[in-house]
Ligand binder design. Structure first.
Ligand SMILES: *Cc1c(COP(=O)(O)O)cnc(C)c1O
Length: 477
């Protein structure tokens, strides 16, 4: 062998080792998918010291160990994690559709850095296509432009930057005002803070929707005080109760007032794909920008958020580096000169689009939409079970796939109910068979179930409530 064709150090594997590694990883991935399907949420009740012991407090390893040992350690690690099993009702988390898991592995293998067409031509085209598909899926636009980002928080931040770039590029940031309802996700206020613009939390109605009259009054008051209203964020599926704002009315007011209209559909927008739920989202097609999290209700593995625009030039006005240049780029020879860095915050970007693309191609939009509608049906079923049990109380009517309730046992005074439900939630989370997160609805603390799991059934919902009853009675003694 020619000495110059050999390196002292390479990280490559021999062909047979490579095949063995990938076969082992595939077996482990399949085991993980089955464990997520079958539950429980935690193999053992999670405790800090036990998890830390599993990870181990080793020194930086100077020398390597055999792959089979590393894979065995990996299997133990995965077992110490939380699984989005059918008994997991917390937050807004979906298990990944198996096709998405395979897609993420392939995206890593191909490792396209999706900065621009020149760097990653096929991945760039796939991302354009996925963005268009998402726009069609939810009825936003048939030819949406935009990009994929890490999630809803990143999408909301970029959306506000684009609002500034399009409506008030030269204004003093501190004079600009962004509006969203008190039920909006905290990432909106956070984004406003990062940008140095003002944030107004507009009161919500009894239906947890942004109160459009309050919004109009707030805009008037701000103008009178010399501030510049910039943008209103409508929430299409609030995280706490699943409420969808009155998007049509907000769009009309935004038009009259000349405000950028962004819709935060990170959680809820995919439900607009289903004929039975579409009407809730009327006005979505009038938004200038829209956030959708594919890693929530499109069942993609984290991370994958999308930010869509109605105007193909909107994002470049905020992000294009060479001022004026983007016009030429977006003109006649747009395709090959296209660069995502002119449309968003990141330069290096993972090939996130592949998992959404493979999922739409394999399952088809109709089946994904049916899975979403099933989730909503199960949330309503759970709410009905809660409603017919005197020991439970619904905190809000079910919105989309969210059901918020609390335990109200006879003999526990109204002033003790928050403490009782906090204790109960702690007991449920320590027990590990099922998982709820918390919600404060109005002033009341309760348990929140969100169903964004294509495997969850009515029977899972029933059994989860049985576990709550069991742990609640234990808690009372
Ligand atoms: C989850 C959520 C977000 C934040 O999304 P991430 O992907 O977690 O960053 C924003 N808005 C709404 C309505 C959400 O439900």
């Amino acid at each position: 062998v020619d000495a110059d064709s050999v390196r002292r150090a390479t990280l490559d594997l021999a062909d047979d080792e490579l095949d063995e590694l990938l076969a082992s990883a595939a077996r482990l991935a399949a085991r993980e998918i089955r464990a997520t399907r079958d539950g429980p949420v935690f193999s053992a009740p999670p405790a800090l010291h036990a998890v830390a012991a599993t990870v181990g407090a080793n020194e930086l390893p100077q020398e390597g160990e055999p792959l089979e040992d590393v894979l065995a350690a990996c299997a133990t690690l995965l077992d110490a994690g939380r699984r989005t099993a059918p008994g997991f009702f917390g937050y807004v988390l979906s298990p990944p559709a198996p096709v998405g898991v395979a897609a993420d592995l392939l995206a890593s293998a191909a490792d396209q850095n999706v900065t621009a067409w020149r760097s990653a031509p096929a991945a760039t085209e796939v991302e354009h296509q996925v963005v268009r598909w998402l726009g069609q899926f939810v009825g936003f636009a048939s030819d949406a432009t935009g990009l994929l980002v890490g999630g809803g928080s990143a999408a909301n931040l970029a959306a506000l930057l684009v609002a500034v770039g399009n409506r008030a590029p030269t204004a003093h940031r501190a004079e600009l005002v962004v509006y969203a309802s008190s039920e909006a996700h905290f990432s909106v206020a956070k984004a406003a803070g990062v940008l140095g613009v003002q944030f107004r939390s507009v009161p919500a109605t009894d239906e947890y929707q942004l109160d459009v009259h309050e919004l109009a009054a707030s805009i008037r008051a701000d103008r009178a005080a010399g501030h510049t209203p910039l943008c209103v964020v409508g929430t299409a599926g609030s995280t706490a109760t699943g409420a969808v704002d009155a998007l049509e009315a907000i769009a009309t007011l935004a038009d009259i007032e000349g405000l950028w209209f962004h819709v935060d559909g990170a959680y809820g927008a995919p439900a607009a794909s289903h004929p039975a739920h579409r009407s809730l989202f009327a006005g979505l097609d009038r938004a200038a920008s829209l956030s959708i999290d594919a890693h929530k209700w499109l069942y993609a593995p984290v991370d994958c958020g999308a930010l869509l625009f109605a105007d193909p030039d909107a994002s470049a006005r905020a992000f294009a580096t060479a001022a004026g240049d983007y016009v030429r780029v977006l003109g006649h020879d747009a395709g090959e000169t296209f660069a995502f860095w002119d449309h968003g915050l990141e330069l290096s970007r993972r090939f996130r689009a592949l998992k959404v693309w493979m999922s739409f191609r394999h399952y088809g939009a109709r089946r994904i939409s049916e899975a979403i509608a099933d989730d909503i049906d199960i949330a309503r079923y759970m709410a009905a079970l809660v409603d017919e049990d005197d020991a439970f109380e619904l905190l809000a009517p079910p919105g989309l796939s969210v059901c918020c309730f609390r335990h109200v046992p006879a003999g526990v005074g109204a002033d003790m109910l928050d403490a009782h439900n906090q204790r109960l939630l702690g007991a449920i989370q320590r027990d590990g068979r099922v998982y709820f997160s918390n919600a404060t609805v109005g002033a009341d603390f309760g348990l929140r179930a969100c169903i964004t799991n294509f495997r969850t059934t009515r029977s899972d919902a029933r059994q989860a409530l049985d576990v709550v009853r069991e742990l609640a009675s234990w808690d009372e003694t």
